[in-house]
Design a protein around this ligand. Structure first.
Ligand code: CDP
Ligand code: CDP
Length: 214
């Protein structure tokens, strides 16, 4: 088997991390972990239990008790769970409870693709390829709006834009593992790129790494 590698994909909400991570994983035959889902599951469960999301002890206990079946909940992909996730994700107690699972996934012999906020900086600082995907808040809000409209909803662009900005501030402003590019990350601004173009740019980066490694 060819020598495997780990790809770390980070960036703000709706930048296209998940879509890109799935395409990369399928193309290179690597397992993929959407780490946002872990934080979403913790936020959702804490809210369902009626706990105070700002209480680090309560949220940390939920994170420590998380089981894989909790990730199957279809509602986790929605906007509300994203908001709940970013509130519990500020707590070091929550982040450390989720860390071992993510590190083990990143270090598996088969290689891996992980997407999130702190993959290149904290979870997999030795990842062979790091990509920090960005796009302007307006473009990201437009993408989320279009996504919802395609599902037959009637989304409010201005409200979604306000949510995107709020989540950016919380994710980049927190003390522990804030959203920021790793020093050795490749920046990929997809504001004016469709998914195909972003995937092509990512493949060029990865193929360049593979050619150098030989
Ligand atoms: O995972 P993340 O929240 O960063 O974003 P995503 O769920 O992968 O992408 C959000 C939406 O934007 C999806 O509907 C993508 O198809 C779309 N998208 C796009 O239109 N152009 C891109 N370059 C990236 C994503
Ligand atoms: O897809 P989108 O970017 O909207 O959200 P997500 O990746 O599912 O992440 C939801 C929230 O979980 C983020 O806003 C972060 O607060 C948190 N998160 C994190 O702190 N660290 C990660 N590695 C992944 C997500």
């Amino acid at each position: 088997m060819a020598q495997r590698f780990t790809v770390a994909i980070d960036g703000p909400a709706a930048a296209g991390k998940g879509t890109l991570a799935k395409l990369i994983a399928a193309h290179y035959g690597l397992p993929h972990l959407d780490t946002g889902l872990l934080y979403r599951a913790v936020g959702r469960k804490a809210a369902d239990l009626g706990l105070d999301l700002d209480d680090p002890d309560a949220a940390g206990a939920v994170a420590r008790s998380l089981t894989p079946s909790a990730l199957d909940d279809g509602s986790l992909r929605g906007r509300e769970a994203g908001e709940l996730a970013s509130r519990v994700a500020v707590h070091p107690s929550v982040r450390s409870a989720l860390e071992t699972f993510q590190r083990d996934f990143a270090g598996q012999p088969a290689g891996a693709v992980l997407d999130g906020r702190d993959i290149g900086t904290v979870i997999a600082p030795d990842a062979e390829v790091k990509i920090f995907v960005t796009a302007s808040p307006e473009v990201r809000a437009r993408r989320r709006t279009d996504e919802l409209a395609a599902k037959g909803r009637a989304p409010d662009y201005e409200r979604i834009l306000a949510e995107v900005r709020e989540r950016d501030l919380r994710d980049a402003g927190r003390a522990t593992a804030p959203l920021k590019p790793a020093a050795d990350a490749h920046l990929l601004d997809t504001s004016e790129m469709a998914i195909d173009a972003a995937f092509l740019a990512a493949r060029e980066l990865i193929d360049g790494f593979l050619a150098r490694r030989g």
